[in-house]
Design a protein around this ligand. Sequence first.
Ligand SMILES: [Zn+2]
Ligand SMILES: [Zn+2]
Length: 400
Amino acid sequence: MRRTRYTSVLSVDPELQKWMREIRRQIHNNPELSFQEHETAAFIQKKLAEIDIESIGSIAKTGVVATLSNNTAEGQTVALRADMDALPISEETGLPYCSKNPGVMHACGHDGHVAMLLGAAALLRTQSFPGTIKLLFQPAEEYGNGAMHMVAADVLENVEAIFAGHIDTHIPVGTMTVDEGIVCAWADPFHISLRGRSGHAARPHEAVDTVVAAANLVLSAQTLISRGVDPNRSAVVSIGHVQAGTAQNIIAQNALLRGTVRSTHEQTRKNTLEGLNRVVESIGLMHGVETDLDFHNCIPAVENDPIAAVIARNAAEEIEVVTSVISQGAPSLGAEDFAFYQKKVPGCMVRFGAALEREGIGVSHSGRFDFNEEVLSVGASWYANVAMQWLRKNTSGLER
Ligand SMILES: [Zn+2]
Ligand SMILES: [Zn+2]
């Protein structure tokens, strides 16, 4: 039987690279926070219309979805995801296209991800392929678990697999990381409230001091890692916010601690969360304070499907501008809400090297963040090729 032949490798020409660079800069110039990406969404829809692709907006509040189809019922559906939100950070780069919105900045590279996925759309729209490709422009990756809301809006209906990538300024342009298994940690954010009894600072015996209890708790929580976790299985407990009391001569009645547990193994996670519960209860008993520990907005680990990872690696290796495909090594202790899609369908998340030569630039989530825009070609080519490869895999008999 004769099989349809499809274009083998899609690559970006200078004109498309320029188009993506302008998109990236426009979005960088106009950053919007999680679930407030109204102008970004409108801009994405405008750019899709420019290349004759219809899209639907207001998905999961500010998300955009576009579908590229072979106009037959045949084949599978594969989804590609880009996130589109910025961070509450003041930009210090001095770039000509730096943020116009005070206190808001694209400091994680999501402006680049949008440009890449639009670039992939431009590459794919002229191709014939055996199936359907869904483009997901997702809001609120940083705050709000936008992916979870996209899933709730049924964007994965009929989708067989999903792929995404993230810019990484620790590795050079042309290098990509692809791994199977866990690549990003579980994140379990928590609040701990402590309630004691206020009194005069000079007469502590008449009061119940939450500051001393909170201080003890902060230190004790660290022993969960140093004494409770296999040193070869990373986990972190970080308390980033401490608030207590009202004045220097009043014993604090209330204290609030906010932090996060990160872990890269299921058992380690279970032990650490149980341990934190134990520590909080014990400190409460020890100091005679009421305690309350509350976990919320937990994000599962990003766990790459083995077959999706093979396809992701093959797609990376066939791209001319990709010179090296490596493993990221140990899982990152960072979290990514891409995990919510993977709870529903197999998927793979990769990293695109985007290091800049300039000193001190490239620390993500900082006001000095920037990345090498050459990565836009890498990302667009990979997104387009990985979708084609997934669909072709299913027509060439490589079944799951
Ligand atoms: Zn981020
Ligand atoms: Zn990010």
